[in-house]
Design a binder for this molecule. Sequence first.
Ligand SMILES: NC(=O)c1ccc[n+]([C@@H]2O[C@H](COP(=O)([O-])OP(=O)(O)OC[C@H]3O[C@@H](n4cnc5c(N)ncnc54)[C@H](OP(=O)(O)O)[C@@H]3O)[C@@H](O)[C@H]2O)c1
Length: 220
Amino acid sequence: MTAKPLTLIVAAASSNGAIGRNNDIPWRLRNELGYFHKVTTAAPAHTMNACILGRLCWLSIPPRHRPLASRYNIILTSDPSILDSAAGAAGAAMPPPPFTVTRPSLAAALEHIDELNRGSEVKIDRVFVCGGRGVYAEALGAPGHVQILRTDVRLDEEEAKKCDVFFPEVDQQLFVRQTHERLEQVAGVPVPRGLQTEAGIQYEFQLYEKTPLPLEESRS
Ligand SMILES: NC(=O)c1ccc[n+]([C@@H]2O[C@H](COP(=O)([O-])OP(=O)(O)OC[C@H]3O[C@@H](n4cnc5c(N)ncnc54)[C@H](OP(=O)(O)O)[C@@H]3O)[C@@H](O)[C@H]2O)c1
């Protein structure tokens, strides 16, 4: 398994952790989406970041926006033909999308990243876990250093109740909220401080971290 930190990136409702509705995001926050783009794209020269996504999360991205550009896309699914059908929809002769693979598990995705970094021309800098629920749940339980870049969305409680996908429960003893300075260090880009308002919805960029135990560090 890779020794790199796993960075979950998610926008979730404060009241109940809602992240999705009808296989879509429950809100339209352009600047928040811009934050996701900037953070996941920022990488040193000659490297790119990996984005790990579940099958439904991948399918929820409009076809014209996938694969996520300038990032190495790893889709978790038991059905590798998902990429064939994506290409087939646009034309049977299309090659599979660049820098895009499927893997059957998070462990297999991390192993693939290690293989790339050992022997290929593609070098992966950071590993972002981009959802949905099952992928987040597995990553939260991973050993080692796990970070959550959470956008805390103050969604109206009635709207939040209408959602159908929720961020998993987080152990607050393990995951500790970090300062804004640390958030900017982890995000790798300037991050607006405090409550933001967009489309009538307030939200806040936050960071939670589970630091590795010394034993885990010595194993990595
Ligand atoms: N607010 C946010 O920040 C945010 C972020 C991401 C997604 N979302 C929303 O969340 C919803 C999609 O998430 P979802 O939880 O319903 O589905 P999902 O996790 O994207 O997809 C589920 C499928 O992905 C594969 N999968 C998931 N976890 C896996 C694991 N740990 N190991 C191996 N395979 C795994 C399986 O595919 P197979 O069945 O093919 O094996 C599973 O059926 C959408 O509404 C989307 O808009 C919101």
